[in-house]
Design a protein around this ligand. Structure first.
Ligand SMILES: Cc1cc2nc3c(=O)[nH]c(=O)nc-3n(C[C@H](O)[C@H](O)[C@H](O)COP(=O)(O)OP(=O)(O)OC[C@H]3O[C@@H](n4cnc5c(N)ncnc54)[C@H](O)[C@@H]3O)c2cc1C
Length: 561
């Protein structure tokens, strides 16, 4: 049996961090909170919050004690205790998701009770309290994950793709879970028998010790755990953001912090492609790099602190763009109305169809060739997969640092679409070798990529080379299929915005306004596109975040039109 403290990469609490986990507020700070909440008596054994109940209230202890109790079939475990001057709550206070534990009076006294909306208002205006509460909430969630305080058990196998998906969904949504591995953990069979499930049903998710989901979809898990139940689906919002990658989360932070009523609709979990990156080293302000999952968790908490709401496990299926307010239709057929929409659904990099690829992503397999990657492979042999412009640019660029660049090309040669100047440079460069009719068939290594094999599709011969770097430059597919012809797209399906929209595009879209589209506005007034999904975007975390903030300025203008 394993729990996963490493999944959220914030530091584990050490004795010195206990003060940050369970800070004691000063009398002045308590008084500032009291002005927003109400004082009330606390009784011994009084249940304040039940596990599974939406987290809508926080308590500051004036006198007496509150215990946090872990739900369990057998004996109860006290997870934490709160005495005078301390406060309850963790990140669920921001999202409004269900409580993972029971809160109970440990000794009678007096508390301040403050509801979630009042607390969020306080955190938005009181910087001193905001820092204390946000730090404690985040560290407490890490602590819950570390100690396996969870209402979810995943029965599965490390060799099963479905198990991986379910665990990734829970992990990237910051939900603690316990994994029982069919192949290694004793007692799993007993559990399977108890819940009448067969080994063929895995992954099986058991919640609250009773609800059993067999190979559930992400949406089923989100629904069962109530991830989205605090979200009102009928209200017309100022802004719906589709996609919770760096671009969408940045727009949520800027939009909500500037007073807009914001909902983010995300098909899986916040973070997008960046959330899957083991370490982002070129994002401003993080000189030692930051794990994608940590950046995503921080951005999500920040957006929720400012009041943005996040719906996960539920993708947009259609944009109802016939009239305003527009509506985003989600997986279960519901329509979410909004006065303005930002599309931040990103693009999916085409991945090599090879077993074990994720193990090497960021550890020998790259999707960008910048100075950073070039430094990593100085003096080494590298492989560039692809025959288009991005592959050509990468090959020429990497050839300055690498010993040799092997271009692995599936077709008979460089693509017709590749610029002439690039073709000439590749042909003339002594360090670039082209392998045509070739396909990568395996990647091997222990921790980092060590060997690459490719097959000649004409004679079937397989060559294996001791190469530690593969650049996969076979293009990205924009996530725009769901837009059903509402917006002008470029030839590859990316969304055109602002000055990229030609007079013909605007005429075809029947652009109704006297003004031209704003910088990131699409061919539909009030609908914006940002980040990787936008035609001509840079495909970087920093540029996606920047576009998120720029779009909000234009959203304000559109809402006042
Ligand atoms: C392995 C890897 C490593 C990388 N490393 C770096 C790096 O070190 N530095 C760097 O600057 N860049 C890096 N990048 C590129 C960077 O991650 C992207 O440029 C950035 O994530 C783009 O952000 P985005 O928000 O536009 O899109 P994405 O990150 O792609 O996010 C889009 C989001 O939209 C969601 N979505 C899609 N369709 C729908 C729908 N219909 N409804 C609802 N939600 C939907 C997706 O689930 C996703 O969460 C890396 C990319 C990869 C793949």
């Amino acid at each position: 049996m394993e729990t996963h403290p490493q999944d959220l990469t914030l530091p584990l609490p050490s004795p010195s961090s206990v003060d940050r986990l369970y800070p004691t507020l000063t009398p002045d700070q308590v008084a500032r909170i009291a002005a927003h909440g109400r004082r009330r008596p606390l009784e011994t054994s009084e249940v304040l919050i039940q596990p599974g109940e939406p987290t809508a209230r926080l308590f500051v202890v004036i006198s007496g004690r509150i215990d946090v109790i872990r739900p369990s079939a057998g004996a109860e475990t006290v997870v934490a205790t709160f005495g005078p001057g301390t406060f309850t709550g963790e990140v669920n206070m921001l999202s409004g998701r269900r409580s993972l534990a029971q809160l109970r009076g440990g000794a009678s006294g007096e508390v301040i009770e403050i509801d979630r909306d009042q607390l969020l208002a306080l955190l938005q205006t009181d910087g001193d309290l905001s820092a204390i509460f946000m730090r404690a909430f985040i560290l407490r969630r890490v602590e819950l994950i570390t100690r396996g305080v969870s209402d979810v058990v995943v029965l599965g196998s490390t060799h099963c793709q479905g198990t991986l998906r379910v665990r990734e969904f829970l992990t990237r949504n910051g939900h603690p879970h316990t994994m029982l591995d069919l192949d290694h953990d004793a007692g799993v069979q007993e559990l399977l028998d108890r819940f009448h499930v067969a080994a063929a049903d895995i992954p099986v998710v058991i919640t609250c010790g009773e609800v059993v989901l067999r190979n559930p979809t992400n949406q089923q898990i989100a629904d069962t755990l109530g991830f989205n139940e605090a979200i009102d689906r009928t209200q017309v919002r100022d802004l719906i953001i589709v996609g919770g990658g760096p671009a969408g989360l940045a727009a949520a932070v800027y939009g909500a912090s500037e007073g807009l009523d914001v909902l983010v609709v995300e098909s899986t979990a916040p973070g997008g492609q960046a959330g899957a990156s083991s370490r982002i080293e070129n994002y401003l302000g993080f000189p030692t790099g930051i794990a994608g999952i940590e950046l995503a968790a921080r951005a999500t908490n920040q957006a929720q602190k400012f009041g943005a709401q996040l719906m996960v496990g539920n993708g947009a299926r259609r944009l109802a763009c016939e009239r305003r307010p527009y509506a985003v239709e989600i997986g279960d057929g519901q329509r979410l109305p909004a006065r303005a929409v930002i599309i931040a659904t990103g693009a999916e990099y085409r991945r090599l169809p090879i077993d074990g690829l994720p193990r090497f992503e960021g550890a020998g397999v790259y999707y960008a060739a910048t100075f950073m990657e070039a430094q990593l492979c100085a003096g080494d042999d590298v492989v560039v997969v692809g025959a288009g412009n991005s592959a050509g640019q990468a090959a020429v660029f990497l050839a300055q640092a690498a010993r040799r660049v092997h271009m692995v090309i599936r077709s008979a040669g460089l693509a017709d679409t590749m610029s002439r100047y690039l073709i000439r440079r590749i042909e003339d460069h002594p360090a670039i070798v082209r392998h045509v009719h070739a396909e990568i068939v395996s990647l091997e290594g222990n921790g980092h990529l060590e060997r690459v094999a490719w097959r000649d599709s004409q004679d079937g011969r397989v060559e294996t080379h001791g190469i530690r770097h593969v650049f996969s430059m076979t293009g990205a597919v924009p996530s725009t299929r769901w837009l059903n012809a509402c917006l002008a797209l470029d030839a590859k399906g990316f969304i055109k915005t602002g000055p990229d929209l030609s007079p013909e595009d605007l005429a075809t879209a029947r652009w109704p306004l006297a003004r031209a589209p704003h910088l990131l506005e699409t061919s539909l007034p009030g609908v914006f596109a940002i980040g990787d999904v936008r035609a001509g975007s840079l495909k970087r975390v920093a540029s996606a975040v920047g576009e998120g903030s720029i779009a909000i300025a234009a959203v304000h203008q559109v809402l006042h039109e």
